[in-house]
Ligand binder design. Structure first.
Ligand SMILES: [Zn+2]
Length: 278
């Protein structure tokens, strides 16, 4: 269930789940201002975040971090950029915008019926102003955040954010709780399990993980999801090696029980493209 206002997931660290899409927005409070994680689907929704933060916390927004490039996490960026607020994000977001979000935006502007819930007429694609290409520590508003660019998984622009003094991670759509993780729009089904396994090595059992969509989870949840991705990657690699066509892939009961048919097909198409180097 989304809605319900800001929920404190660690000392001075909040999550709010916004509709449409039950997308997570984070607020990390420091002595001199709040850092916002992800900016929602359009400028009006981003202004709502600004308003909600001011009303609930009485603090200015001093920085923004994008967990990855997808529209539901970045299309509000321009509101913060125009206010002169730095936006941190994975260094490949500009390339992803060119390949995926830009064309998607153009298409929906021509055919608004394709995304009837989205009002994208005012969106100006705004990449992060501070591109992150290696692990780094930042202190916006005086609160320490670790930014960790991840390998190709949900996208090739995924960035994990850890607030060490609170034991909280924001992981974007590398994990999802409110539904099965989604493929497509530049996903890497074969790299995804490796990303989760490397995160599992860094995450403590007591830490809280905030997914891009859904309620906070723990390390055990992430390890479970890693196992499913790894089983899927094995099926896809073996099928490709055996020369099976996309239609011939046998996913088996367990994977079919976890992901809907169309998700598995999307994953297979992405994986086959990558395995054949196209
Ligand atoms: Zn998302």
């Amino acid at each position: 269930m989304s809605g319900g206002g800001w929920r404190e997931v660690g000392p001075g660290v909040f999550q709010r789940r916004y509709d449409p899409l039950d997308v997570s927005v984070g607020a990390v409070l420091g002595p001199h201002g709040a850092t916002i994680i992800d900016t929602r689907n359009d400028p009006a929704e981003a202004r709502e975040i600004m308003h909600d933060v001011a009303r609930r916390f009485g603090q200015p927004v001093v920085a923004v971090v994008n967990t990855h490039a997808h529209y539901d996490h970045t299309f509000g960026n321009q509101v913060f950029a125009r206010a002169g607020i730095p936006i941190y994000g994975h260094y490949l977001i500009p390339r992803h915008f060119e390949q995926f979000e830009g064309p998607r935006l153009d298409l929906v502007r021509e055919r608004p019926d394709l995304e009837p819930e989205m009002s994208w007429s005012q969106v100006e694609l705004t990449p992060p102003t501070a591109l992150v290409d290696s692990a780094q520590v930042v202190r916006p508003g005086g609160r320490e955040l670790e930014l960790l660019p991840l390998g190709p998984g949900h996208t090739d622009t995924d960035l994990a954010i850890r607030i060490p003094d609170a034991g909280v991670w924001f992981l974007g759509d590398v994990i999802e709780e409110s539904g099965p993780p989604m493929f497509g729009s530049g996903s890497y089904p074969l790299g995804w399990p490796l990303v989760l396994e490397s995160l599992a090595e860094r995450i403590q059992d007591t830490e809280v993980l905030v997914p891009g969509h859904g309620a906070p989870v723990d390390r055990a949840f992430l390890v479970d999801q890693a196992g499913r991705f790894s089983a899927l990657a094995a099926v896809l690699s073996q099928a490709h090696a055996a020369g099976a066509t996309l239609q011939e892939i046998e996913f088996g009961q367990a994977l079919r029980g976890y992901w809907p048919e169309e998700f598995l097909k999307e994953a297979a198409a992405d994986a086959y493209r990558q395995l054949s180097g196209s």
